[in-house]
Design a binder for this molecule. Structure first.
Ligand code: NI
Length: 160
């Protein structure tokens, strides 16, 4: 267990595509445990392995319901849309409004290689999409909506 260094800003690794996990061994388990420690230490609700410099398709998420570990995750369906403020531990001090699906279904392997399915709605759907994007080298800043539309949405969010 341990806290790993989070790669930030222009670190070129953040743009790279992560590889499938094929070996479900102790090394993978330590990576997952360290990722959870690192996520909690940084007060985040999700983390992808690439953010700690490991190009493997592994993400961890905790939106306040306990940790979920996903290995080789894939979005198998997406419905609806949502516009919410999003940030990233790799882009400290920044945030922006993105368009994401309202609900997603995800399939992934657990730390021992067993396939499972997950459903996410609202914040959880956003977390799945955001972290899976990291595995393909994408950051939320590529999903930002235009500034004028963002201002309108911020106004609505403030009056809610
Ligand atoms: Ni992120």
């Amino acid at each position: 267990m341990g806290i790993r260094k989070i790669r930030v800003n222009d670190d070129p690794i953040l743009k790279r595509v992560s590889r499938q996990v094929e070996v479900f061994d102790d090394r993978l388990h330590s990576l997952i445990d360290d990722m959870k420690d690192t996520m909690y230490d940084a007060d985040g609700c999700g983390l992808a392995a690439v953010q700690v410099g490991v190009l493997r398709r592994v993400i961890v998420i905790d939106i306040g319901e306990g940790p979920i570990e996903l290995v080789n995750p894939e979005i198998i369906s997406a419905e609806g849309e949502q516009f919410e403020v999003e940030g990233c531990l790799s882009l400290p001090g920044k945030s922006g409004i993105t368009k994401r699906p309202m609900t997603v279904k995800v399939k992934a392997q657990d730390r021992n290689g067993k396939w499972c399915q997950y459903k996410g709605e609202g914040l959880k759907a956003r977390a799945f999409c955001h972290e899976i994007d990291h595995l393909d080298g994408h950051l939320y800043t590529e999903r930002l909506i235009p500034e004028d539309a963002a201002k309108e949405i911020l106004k609505e969010l403030e009056t809610e």
